[in-house]
Design a protein around this ligand. Structure first.
Ligand code: HAM
Length: 420
């Protein structure tokens, strides 16, 4: 093992690939920022209780995957495995829901932690950009979020993703279905652990990937047949709104999701180039979560898109993001005096908002020009003793290769003009 190794299931983002991650976060959040969502940031850890009650005592996330710790002061904390419970907790704490402006629309971006078995696309530390719209029951809101996620992915150039849509019913109809499903499942030939799951979270059994289990599930009662009229009407309205927006989706009755708080609308964005970890994003409505964590009734809806998997999806599709070079001007000093003078010009450029970098360490012309090329700068400024004596710098257009002598005092203004 090398001395320098990130913990199992994690990886570092380093240049140049890290630029893609930034661009993905930017692209996912841009449609949210343009649609009235305000930025929220919460701590990387919370009291364990919040996730146990919010995400659910029966979920894998809480029972197997949470990084928990006891502080020296005796507090039981958990690194956040997801963002929804934290964001709702923060909104309630700040009384955002009482400002008379519902829904409270929030977006976030950050690191999440799940002690999962690492594999391609599944990490113990990963990053999400998410959105939550708190306090309003309105199918337009569900539609808005699905449409904005679709818009975000399209703006990145992703094409091979699909949207799976389902309704999980509400507190009226889901319990009736749950019981019918349990009665059906109890008669099947299943192992002990799955039998336990029937009692705690029977819908998750439908999600079992094993073929011998799936074979027995063909005649399982369908949630669709149990949805109450209000849930049916709500779901039809969401479907109609996203259809009208030209967003293509697939109805997927088997879509259960791994968190307990969902009601009614649930959806997942899957990408076919990713193998088994195909979900690039997911979300849905969680009308009961606020009450589950001790708050008032606040019907809400949201999603989180996985940044890591979105980057993998871009790579799988061969999409190259058009990332503009971060440096516009690269300065190459030849000699002590030139170093001081050109660094002055670079500082002036930066203060004028022009991205500029510098060949540090007194390197020779050849090596420094290599760095200039690598930086992607449109222009280089080169100056040696003779140039300084004449009061000029050499300004080279890296695209055309054309080089002109420019008076030192006018270099910054000339570059500002050329770069528009
Ligand atoms: P989730 O489906 O658990 O939902 O996670 C959302 C996305 O985060 C996944 O689709 C995936 O892209 C990414 N993700 C999850 N776990 C991992 C992992 N171990 N490695 C890499 N990526 C991962 C939620 O977290 C909900 N809070 C979404 C939501 C918001 N629902 C309502 N509002």
């Amino acid at each position: 093992m090398s001395t320098f190794q990130a913990p199992k299931g994690t990886y570092d983002l380093t240049p140049p690939r890290s630029a893609t991650f930034l661009a993905v976060r930017e692209a996912i959040s841009a449609p949210l920022r343009d649609s009235g969502y305000g930025y929220i940031e919460t701590p990387g850890f919370e009291n364990v209780e919040l996730f146990a009650r919010g995400v659910g005592e029966s979920t894998d996330i809480v029972t197997k995957e949470m990084y928990t710790l006891t502080t020296k002061g005796g507090d039981q904390l958990a690194l956040r495995p997801e963002g929804t419970a934290s964001v709702l907790r923060a909104a309630l704490e700040a009384n955002l829901h009482k400002a008379g402006n519902l829904p409270v629309k929030l977006w976030y971006s950050g690191s999440y932690y799940r002690y999962e078995r690492p594999q391609a696309g599944r990490y113990r530390h990963f990053s999400q950009v998410g959105a939550e719209a708190i306090g309003t029951e309105d199918p337009v809101l569900d539609a808005e979020l699905i449409i904005l996620a679709d818009q975000a992915y399209r703006s990145l150039g992703l094409r091979q993703f699909r949207i799976l849509l389902n309704s999980l019913g509400d507190k009226e109809c889901r319990p009736v279905y749950r019981e019918a499903l349990q009665t059906f499942l109890r008669d099947l030939d299943l192992d002990e652990e799955t039998r336990r799951r029937i009692e705690i979270n029977p819908l998750r059994v439908l999600d079992d990937k094993r073929s011998d289990v799936q074979k027995q599930l063909t005649d399982a009662p369908k949630l669709r047949d149990y949805l109450c009229d209000a849930c049916k009407a709500y779901h039809e309205e969401v479907r109609a709104l996203i259809t009208a927006a030209g967003v293509v989706f697939e109805d997927d009755e088997k879509l259960v999701r791994g968190l307990d708080y969902y009601t009614r609308t649930t959806f997942e964005f899957v990408h076919d180039g990713l193998g088994s970890q195909s979900a690039v994003g997911g979300g849905g409505r969680y009308d009961g979560l606020s009450e589950m964590i001790g708050g008032p009734e606040l019907p809400s809806v949201g999603w989180a898109l996985g940044v890591d998997r979105t980057v993998l999806a871009l790579e799988a599709e061969g999409v190259e993001l058009d990332l503009p070079a971060t440096t516009s001007v690269y300065a190459v000093p030849l000699g002590e005096e030139a170093r001081r003078v050109l660094f002055g010009v670079v500082t002036e450029l930066r203060r004028a908002g022009i991205a500029a970098d510098f060949a540090f360490g007194g390197r020779g012309l050849k090596g420094a020009m290599k760095s200039a090329n690598r930086s992607g700068a449109r222009y280089t400024l080169v100056a040696g003793e003779r140039d300084l004596a004449e009061g000029v710098v050499q300004l080279k257009d890296m695209e055309s290769g054309e080089q002109t002598a420019v008076p030192l005092t006018e270099a910054a203004a000339e570059l500002a003009k050329r770069l528009g």
